[in-house]
Design a protein around this ligand. Structure first.
Ligand SMILES: [Ca+2]
Ligand SMILES: [Ca+2]
Ligand SMILES: [Ca+2]
Ligand SMILES: [Ca+2]
Length: 240
């Protein structure tokens, strides 16, 4: 009985310290993989979202014989087809042209989710020849896109394509272009996806380091080839 009561007094400080060290090791080992797993899930989900967005673009093209215009992300509200950030494509009804060739992915027009896994809207750019509508004649079998997908910001050959008709960009975990190294030319590849021209960069995730301070890149990019679009249109009897 005396032996038992001696042990009921509790743990010694050394015993507590050992337990705390073991707990810290266990938690540290669990938490890191959990955040890595969440990142992985966000990327996988966003890649899938971009794939279904491409399918929706093709569905819209089959129904309408042209691609949707982007939803403009700035400027005045000039009515239902020229209103920023409502997810509805913006175009000039009289001229048959888009208000802008790059803006938000038109999520409301296509009945899709408005943001990616990091709560940011997707960027969408489309070749003008594929977004024009009446009174202009829309694209045909020989029309090519003008968007270029590159391996790096200088966009040197070999490129992934020179003739994409549409590009969708998720700005990734950093929700834009890199913020860790704000002075140019930091993260030039991400900046190429943020300068509203026909060139985009797509490659694997990269982090910056002392050796390569401009490397940060976490964008997720998808593009539509004119060959795939035309093939779907022909299969659906909408071309030629
Ligand atoms: Ca709009
Ligand atoms: Ca980014
Ligand atoms: Ca660009
Ligand atoms: Ca550029």
């Amino acid at each position: 009985m005396r032996y038992k009561s001696h042990h009921l007094k509790g743990f010694t400080l050394i015993e507590m310290a050992v337990v705390l060290v073991i707990l810290a090791l266990l938690l540290g080992g669990l938490l890191l993989p959990l955040s890595a797993q969440l990142d992985q899930k966000n990327y996988t989900d966003t890649k899938r979202q971009l794939e279904s967005s491409m399918e929706a673009l093709m569905g819209y093209a089959i129904a309408n014989k042209h691609l949707p215009c982007p939803d403009k992300n700035a400027g005045a509200n000039n009515g239902p087809n020229d209103n920023p950030n409502d997810g509805i494509e913006d175009f000039d009804v009289v001229a048959g042209t888009c208000i802008t060739q790059e803006g938000n992915f038109p999520w409301a027009t296509l009945s899709l989710k408005d943001t990616d896994s990091w709560n940011q809207r997707l960027i969408y750019r489309a070749s003008a020849a594929f977004t024009v509508r009446a009174p202009i004649t829309t694209f045909g079998l020989a029309t090519n896109g003008v968007l270029r997908l590159c391996n790096e910001a200088a966009c040197n050959a070999p490129r992934l394509t020179d003739t994409a008709v549409a590009v969708i960009v998720s700005r990734g975990k950093n929700r834009g272009v890199c913020t860790t190294l704000p002075s140019p030319p930091a993260c030039v590849d991400e900046r190429e996806n943020d300068d509203a021209d026909n060139d985009f960069v797509s490659h694997e995730l990269r982090v910056s380091s002392v050796a390569s301070p401009n490397a940060e890149y976490d964008d997720v990019v998808a593009w539509l080839s004119s060959n795939i679009l035309v093939n779907r249109m022909v299969s659906a009897g909408q071309l030629p």
